[in-house]
Design a protein around this ligand. Structure first.
Ligand SMILES: [Zn+2]
Length: 231
């Protein structure tokens, strides 16, 4: 499996290793216990990204979920204010986020075989639909009456300026996954920087990258793009 992933991602580890390494480093640097570090994640709502056996995040405190469609932090400022209130005394916060893409054991990018199914499904299926919309000629606008399309339309609008780049990519869904990652990272940083509680009282770290989902019960992998202290 790792040989197949290597064709598309130069660097990656299991999600478990990436997140445990980050938490250990934060504990060391800040001189605090690991269980004082609370996690917020911004991943797509796909069950694969919240399956403890596939993710194995070091979430002693539980995990605050920020992610909506494709991993974008749709909880926004109000969600982040709530989270900032939950950080343990003398503790720290770690934001783990990113977009996700499936790579099947047969090497198909954007597809995997899930437990209990004998066919392959699109992963990220939601982002695949958004991409279809971005590359189509239909009108991009959010109808306030139809809230069910809101997250998809919002992302389509964000990605629309990059439509040509996506269309010309060797593997369009891989390109879109990287582009939507950039949108997620920018938004997370903006939310953290604008939050007064997080700015004033706690060490805040970010760990961002692309979650690589694999078939069946195999672990999720993570191609890390950033790990650093924000403040
Ligand atoms: Zn998804």
């Amino acid at each position: 499996m790792q040989e197949i992933i290597k064709q598309y991602f130069e660097e990656f580890t299991t999600m478990s290793e990436a997140s445990h390494t980050a938490v250990l480093k934060i504990a060391e640097r800040e001189g605090i216990q690991m269980d004082r570090i609370i996690l917020a994640t911004s991943f797509c709502f796909d069950e694969l990204n919240h399956h403890q056996a596939k993710m194995k995040l070091p979430s002693e405190q539980g995990t605050f979920i920020m992610g909506g469609l494709a991993g974008y932090p749709f909880v926004g400022e109000i969600g982040l204010n709530a989270f900032a209130d939950h950080i343990p005394d003398g503790g720290a916060a770690l934001f783990i986020f990113g977009s996700h893409i499936g790579i099947s054991s047969s090497g198909e990018v954007g597809k995997i075989k899930r437990v209990g199914q004998h066919r392959h499904t699109n992963t990220c299926g939601a982002l695949m639909k958004v991409q279809e919309h971005v590359l189509s000629s239909s009108i991009h606008k959010i109808d306030p009456v139809d809230y069910s399309g809101f997250q998809a339309e919002f992302l389509a609008l964000r990605l629309f300026p990059m439509a040509k780049e996506i269309r010309n990519a060797e593997v369009p869904i891989l390109k879109t996954t990287h582009l939507v990652y950039d949108e997620i990272e920018n938004e997370i940083l903006k939310l953290i920087i604008n939050n007064e509680v997080l700015q004033a009282d706690f060490p805040v770290y970010i760990l961002g990258g692309i979650v690589i989902n694999t078939d069946g019960t195999m672990p999720n992998y993570f191609s890390q793009k950033v790990f650093r202290k924000v403040r």
